[in-house]
Write a protein that binds this ligand. Structure first.
Ligand code: SAM
Length: 329
């Protein structure tokens, strides 16, 4: 999944102020801090303008790709949903805002809540080049998110790679706050056990308030994945730009970003929403004449299913299905 040309060009120009060495060093330090993972810690992960630039260079393409993938799956299940207003919380340099404008061109008004002024400065600079008038005209609000903060009404509310940065005890309350009066809430986190745990805590809180999961889960029951043994996550492939390769040591021309996500529908989006049937939880095993699928099912937990060539049309469909797709056959 490629960054939009305008975003790539704006990033290149914003990053040209820094030497590749400074960016690589900042990227390494950022990775270390994220690895040490101190949710809600007093010191922010991004501390200097170099850190912010390094984040945009080496993480924004991946978070943009994960947001686009998760939004695409939610949009596929709510075909009538055409949001006009979008609130992005912990918006960083704007990955989710760019992604949403690609998935929902109906968006007219965008608000980003972000706690860090340096991050807002870069996000705003990038957004000025966006083809979407909603992104270009986004209102960037410097604030720390908490449940009591006054929340602008928005049809679409997103929080990507940010909920897990809050103290664990705040996650349920903030998740419920995100969902207040929203037609669709989408939370994206890294596809790690910790990211999935954040998503699971948000899911429990939202279902506890009577909201309906749209994706990825095909049911509103307890998650059948046993904590500690596995975690619900998906993957999106993105090409590494030359800049990305320079900042992030590595020789591959692409990378696979793993992400966990949750889309919860309020009334507007739920009208006409199609339940996914089942969700494909792994890369399907494709051998001659046989496709094996690990599925999360509505009534039967996680099931391994074999589809064979003898099943004709269902087999042909299974040949094309990918990890993360809905499966209704
Ligand atoms: C890992 S970045 C993710 C940025 C962006 N959403 C993305 O997907 O690329 C997390 C962002 O959340 C912001 N953040 C963390 N805690 C926050 C809080 N309590 N209130 C507002 N923003 C917060 C950070 O400043 C940072 O910009």
């Amino acid at each position: 999944m490629l960054l939009p040309d305008e975003l790539r060009t704006a990033l290149d120009s914003a990053l040209s102020r820094f030497s590749p060495q400074d960016l690589s060093q900042a990227a390494e330090q950022l990775t270390e801090r994220y690895r040490a993972h101190d949710p809600g810690g007093a010191v922010p992960f991004m501390r200097t303008p170099q850190d912010v630039a390094a984040y945009a260079a080496y993480r924004m393409p991946a978070t943009y790709a994960a947001c686009t993938a998760a939004m695409g799956r939610a949009a596929a299940l709510a075909p009538g949903f055409a949001p006009r207003t979008h609130l992005d919380v912990g918006g960083g340099t704007g990955a989710a805002v760019w992604a949403a404008s690609g998935v929902w061109p109906s968006l007219e008004q965008v608000t980003v809540v972000e706690q860090d002024a340096k991050v807002i400065e870069l996000g705003r600079r990038l957004a000025r080049t966006a083809p979407s008038t909603a992104v270009r005209g986004a209102s960037w609000r410097q604030a720390s998110v908490r449940a009591g903060l006054d929340r602008p009404a928005a049809d679409l509310v997103t929080m990507s790679y940010a909920l897990g940065e809050l103290p664990e005890r705040d996650v349920p309350e903030v998740a419920v706050w995100l969902a207040e009066r929203a037609a669709l809430v989408l939370i994206v986190e890294p596809g790690t056990p910790a990211g999935y745990a954040t998503i699971a805590a948000a899911r429990d809180a939202l279902l506890g308030r009577g909201l309906a999961v749209l994706a990825p889960c095909p049911h509103g029951g307890p998650c059948p994945i046993e904590p500690g043994r596995d975690w619900c996550h998906f993957s999106v492939r993105l090409p590494r730009t030359s800049l990305h390769r320079r900042v992030k040591a590595g020789t591959l021309g692409f990378e696979d970003e793993k992400f966990s996500y949750l889309a919860v529908a309020g009334e507007g989006a739920a009208a006409g929403a199609v339940p996914p049937g089942a969700r494909v939880l792994r890369h399907p095993g494709k051998r001659k004449g046989v496709v094996s699928l690990r599925l999360c099912t509505p009534g039967d937990g996680v099931r391994d299913v074999i589809v064979s060539k003898r099943q004709g049309e269902v087999y042909r469909l299974a040949r094309d299905v990918e990890w993360g797709d809905a499966w209704s056959h």
